[in-house]
Design a protein around this ligand. Sequence first.
Ligand code: G6P
Ligand code: ZN
Length: 555
Amino acid sequence: RSSSSSSSSASKWWCRGGAAEDDSIVILETSPIEGMRPGTSGLRKKTRVWVEDPTYTLNFAQSLMDGWCVPKGVRSLVIGGDGREYSGECFEILASVAAANGVHRIVAPKGGVISTPAASALVRRLGVDGAVLMTASHNPGGLDGDFGIKFNDRDGSPAREDLTEAVYAASKTLKRIYIKRTNPLINNNVEMVDANDAYVAVLRECFDFEFLREKLRRASFVFDAMHGAAGPAARRVLADELQGDPSCLLRCDPRPDFGGGHPDPNLKWAADLASRFGLDSTGSSTSNFEDIFPVIGCACDGDGDRNMIVGAGIFVTPSDSLAVLAARAHKIRWFGRKLAAVARSMPTSRAVDRVAAHLGIPCLETPTGWKYFGNLMERYSPFLCGEESFGTGADHVREKDGLWAFLAWLSILDDGETVKDVMHSHWRQFGRDLYARYDFEEVDAASAAEMFDFLRSRDGVEEFDYTDPVDGSRATRQGIILDFPDTNERAVFRLSGTGSAGATVRLYLERYVPNPAQKDLDAVPAIVLADLARTAMSFARLPDFLGKSDPDVVT
Ligand code: G6P
Ligand code: ZN
């Protein structure tokens, strides 16, 4: 990089008058801003933090360059996001900084909106060196919500920890920001492409669209994009390609504030969808007449990578969804005749392990975070994986994929079969892993850390550490496990890595029922596991440490 002019203040650079020459690169002096460590999935902060001081974005953009793009020789990037508030301004900054740091090809989705899995597909199809994605995933958007930036490597996978740590390190020693002063959109290094062409091409490889078209003629469905980035792709695939009824597509127009909603597909935030299937916020069925409901429903989060699957009178936990897809993988074109392996994050229930044992294939256990699956996908193909946090996907891209999960479910449903039929026959065959999660949100970070130290000091607990079997990298302190072998129960405590304020503690609960009777098939996990939750909470002295005796969200 070279400079032809320089100036001293990092703020309001675009307001600076004067006729900049087209190719001029400006150097702005700056100083480090604290707290720019990317979490589980990028750097997330309140939108106002980004909006109120453009230096924040400028600093992080340059840190991406210093910690990643420049040392790794990144010359081409996809830049896009879920379209949330501040994305337009942020795009200009990212593109201007990237262009000044040797990125000579920038690919941007027309209209600015691209889902996370579609971006992963685009990176892989175009063979570009990575992606910078403006999203805070399932967190609310708008001025009072969250904004975030994550980045993906050249394989389309979320950046692994060595890269995110290098970016963080760069943010701590930052002195200069390099920007290209011209309007990036007029500059011909920005190439506008259709957000979903590459993605839909990949989905066509994964599924038999003819078969799915027939399926949608017979099985009624509802798809809720929650005003996020999955909407346009869902319209194109479900309505245009598969000729599904367009009125079954809800909230498929992306909005900067997600329509004021919380774009997180779970029973609390996607309650609208759940109620169309006769479900209340615990996942209990509220109706005796389940025939009146559609066969299957799906909601996706803001950036389109998460999914929730529901059926008439039944909510499918993400852990069970993974297990069922594994058991019926032969019905999904992508998987050919046999899966090479499956994987789940540690807190995800062990339902899929039982299927893997039955199929005689490896089942790998990773820390929370989709990035840990990327390396495994290079070794095992075809590959299916998932997380309790409403993530399901395969090695067709390197991100979890909400729309893919819905198409996978459509593929495995037999004619005339309901989602409840699928689950009951699965549980009869493999046993049922009852599963629920308690979230204690925005608690004091220091108190949460003390609680974890206290847990570590107690006998009989195990802390999850991970060594990547492919590159040997390590991830430690990934959750504390309490095992209750006598009752086939397990509880896991973990600190969330995706919040934007304070700390969030998660408590994951499960019980395995090997030969479920009808009452076990009908049981609502959140209710059945309440005793285990109380035991785990008192074991951790959670109310004392966190000052809360009830969770904020139960899923
Ligand atoms: C993001 C990642 C997921 C991960 C989840 C965990 O959605 O993409 O892979 O499971 O965060 O969130 P948490 O808040 O529990 O750290
Ligand atoms: Zn997401």
